[in-house]
Design a protein around this ligand. Sequence first.
Ligand SMILES: NC(=O)C1=CN([C@@H]2O[C@H](COP(=O)(O)OP(=O)(O)OC[C@H]3O[C@@H](n4cnc5c(N)ncnc54)[C@H](OP(=O)(O)O)[C@@H]3O)[C@@H](O)[C@H]2O)C=CC1
Ligand SMILES: CC(=O)N[C@@H](CCC(=O)OP(=O)(O)O)C(=O)O
Length: 344
Amino acid sequence: MHMSKRRAAVAGASGYAGGEVLRLLLSHPDVEIGAVTAGSNAGERLGVLQPHLVPLADRVLEDTTPETLAGHDVVFLGLPHGQSAVIANALPEETVVIDCGADFRLTDSAAWEKFYGGEHAGSWPYGLPELDGQRDKLAHATRIAVPGCYPTVSTLALAPAVAAGIIDATGIVVVAASGTSGAGKAPKPHLLGSEVMGSASAYGVGGTHRHTPEIVQNLSGLTDAEVRLSFTPLLVPMPRGILATCSAPTTVTAEEAYATYEKAFADEPFVHLLPAGVWPQTKSVIGSNAIHVQVTVDEDAGRLVAVAAVDNLAKGTGGAAVQCMNLALGLDETAGLSTVGIAP
Ligand SMILES: NC(=O)C1=CN([C@@H]2O[C@H](COP(=O)(O)OP(=O)(O)OC[C@H]3O[C@@H](n4cnc5c(N)ncnc54)[C@H](OP(=O)(O)O)[C@@H]3O)[C@@H](O)[C@H]2O)C=CC1
Ligand SMILES: CC(=O)N[C@@H](CCC(=O)OP(=O)(O)O)C(=O)O
């Protein structure tokens, strides 16, 4: 039976996350693109702001209001933090709303207040289908919170080890380097080319980055043991991609660790455990919805070391959003998404 296409609107279509959702929807077999909306750029043609989205070049950006977003099967929100609740609450309950922002990711209001400040909007089903039991919760959900980019890569790099109990989860260290698009398109002085080019820098050091509680929340859901995390993000001079190096105390061998990961990811369409000894690199995942993972054990240090690479805008945001939409609408989870990257 031929099913008519689902109609999707994208709010924040002039931004990086919204742009990536649109790029993916343009080759999705079951979706047609309805309203595209923005803030200060409303009234502008999409072709001026997102010239890579050729089939949408003549589309005019509308204001982001419940009215312009009404009448769609699915609405993607790629808006700054704090903007999603008002829009989502004004849309019908049966509309699938997929929020790329952070507003509905955390379940713990105290953690929200500590790391984001202000009132906690609430929590929605968390859009990481690879977490144990999560795929079922996303099937036919009508509100979904897409994970942060660092939490996606860090959680998946560590999930098999935490779930199998092969690491001491109180000693987790994650250091993750991100490209600049992770910070969004709005101009910021620390993102000027002259600040970023030819330099790598740490930020959000000392347990202060807002993705810390999100990673802890994800990993805590996989174990009864206490989870303690030291997370340090780095900004590196590339447009896309995150490479996360994650480690924790262990007593297993490298072979046992690899076998644990192999088993955990065997049926995951987007998680690719590289052949033993091959280490993830961001260039292999750019534009793809894949996350590449490798694991070993540093026997002298007694630590399991897992490294993972993801495209922050694809599996790290836009791709995850489309994957979640597929589950919510009862479509093939992989529709419109590819594991094939671009090289060199
Ligand atoms: N970049 C990334 O790697 C990731 C981003 N995210 C999340 O996705 C969301 C969007 O991020 P990103 O695309 O990077 O940000 P951008 O700054 O690139 O884009 C923000 C978008 O929101 C619009 N906007 C800003 N203010 C308003 C407003 N008051 N009313 C309506 N629209 C507004 C902008 O429109 P205009 O152009 O008109 O100003 C633009 O389309 C954020 O919540 C972010 O946390 C999540 C994971 C990863
Ligand atoms: C390089 C860079 O600045 N990255 C962003 C994270 C982007 C992302 O996933 O975050 P949210 O959706 O939670 O905003 C940051 O560290 O704030």
